[in-house]
Each structure stands twice: as C-alpha cells, then as structure tokens.
Write a protein that binds this ligand. Sequence first.
Ligand SMILES: [Zn+2]
Length: 332
Amino acid sequence: MLQLYPGSEEDGLLSRRSHNTLAYSRTQAPPAVQCAWCEHRFDSNDHRLTGRVWCARCGVATTTPWPNDEQLSAAYADWYRPKSGRFSGLGDKVLRRTRSALAGRLDPILPPGPVLDVGAGDGTLVEAFVRQGREAVGLERYASGPHIRSAEVEEVDGTWSAVIFWHSLEHLRQPARALSYAAALLSPGGVLVVAVPNATSLQARVFGDRWLALDLPRHLVHLSPPALLSKIEALGLRIERVSYLRGGQVVFGWVHGFVGKLPGHPDLYDAIRRSEARQASQSPALRLYAFAAAVAALPLALAATAVEVAARSGGTIYVEARREPAPERVPA
Ligand SMILES: [Zn+2]
C-alpha cells in the first residue's frame, strides 16, 4: 500500500475541504512552475498529484496551482481564526496549555534574550513566554496584539535567543529563504525551532488527498524530514533534537483521517471548531456522527501513532537546532 509519494485520489473523490479550497484553482491561479523549496523549475521528471507537485530534486512538494495574494487572503478569511477562538469546548484551553508547556520547555535551554515567534497566530505562545518572564515578539499578518507585529521575518533585525516557526513555515511563499534569514537572526547559542507537517509520514501516505495537514491552499510547501534537516544543517546550525511526535497533531491526524474514511466523509476538524470557525456549516447530527466515530477510532489512531513515531515517520517533524556559541576567548 505504501507508495513513494503520498497517494492521489482523482475523479471527484476529494473531501469537501479539498473541494472548497481547490475551487480557487479552476479559475485564476497559474500552475506552480518551480519548487517553492529549492527553486528547481519543474519538468517531466517531477511527480504531479492533485493540488501539488513533488520536486524530483529535493523531495518537497509545492502547492499547485500557486495561489495569488487575493486567493490566499480569502483562504485566511475571518472564519479561519475568529476572535472568539477556534475550538469549542476545552479545545482552546488545551491549546493554551500545550503552548505554555512548549515555552516552559524552551525557556531553560535558550541563552538570554528575546524570542521571535514567526506566524504567531493569536499570540498564545508569545504570551506563554512573557509569563515566563522572557521578552517575546510574534509576527502575524492577520492578527494584532500587544506583542504581535504585522511583518515578515525578513523585515526583522536584531539578535534573538530563539526564532520559532510553529506550523508556519509551510504557509510561507519562500520558506527556505525565511529559514536562512531566521538563522542569521540567532544570537550565539540561539535556537531555531521548527514544527511542520511531515508530508512523507505514514499518515500522509495512508490518507493521500484527504490527509488533514495537506490543508490546501494555505500550506504552500509539503516538507520531508531529509529536506528540512539538510537545509538547517546547511545553515551551519547544530541539530540537537528531532521529534516525530512533539510537533503535535499526530494522533489527531490519524483520528481525523479514519473518521473521514466513513460514509459521508465527516470532517472531524470542522466538527471540533466553533460554529463561526467552520469552513462549512455542519448539522448537529453530522457533528455527533463525527464525534462518535472519533471515539471509536481513537484506539486504532493511538496504535498507528505508536507505529509511525517508532518508525521515525510521524505526522509532524519537530526540530531544535542551535547556532554554535562563539568560542570562549582564552586569556593571554
Ligand atoms: Zn525542490
């Protein structure tokens, strides 16, 4: 069943999410002509799937058609991240708890200095660092707040103890360039932290076009661990930690995928969102169906997670990489 590349489902088998988001393509957006990661111009050697092209040179997929700014803005419309929060029930609270845990984990391993969170969302991680007593700034195009700036990483200067891309690198038009720029912002001993979906994970291969983290067209690149890790090493950073679980969404990716395989293809991700944060309206019965299916699928999802994490093929890649501290000067 495993393929070299995540599978493709053609002929109208796409999920509703993909239908909605791919609808942009049929009108205006041109096909992607080059790899968004390594800038190789696509030719007949590159592998074309629905909504993305796999680069034969670097093994990273680029979203195609390539959305223009207007189409991307539409894809991040108010429903995507409403001010009232994204998730119903305990969802937003759980999210805040896990972000605080990440800040708590990183704070002791960083040198003194401020933290830059690229793609900060509603600023939950930034606020968690501030609560730890550390200065922190978040970059986010579509949000505002006391510690949030509407800017790209390339517009930032100064030196930072950490630059964090928590599920944001895949949203950028020039992600490799952004990483290079971020590495140059690190103080000696500073840490680059990246979490992205793993497009060559077991769950990506099993669920193909229905995989949760494909998220077209918002995800513009679909990274593999070798491509990401070799780029970070090429920037002169020392990789200290790689996890195929810590990037989050791994168990949920499986549960969502199993639920989506049922008749009617219920969308669990939409079902757990607040009504104003859903891509499409869902009847209470459909939500109940999705939740019941999720509970039933959980044991299988946990088993699948254990298998893919053990195989270092988990649904996300999490990396911590450090800029070597300047050598200590030996007194003459
Ligand atoms: Zn490439």
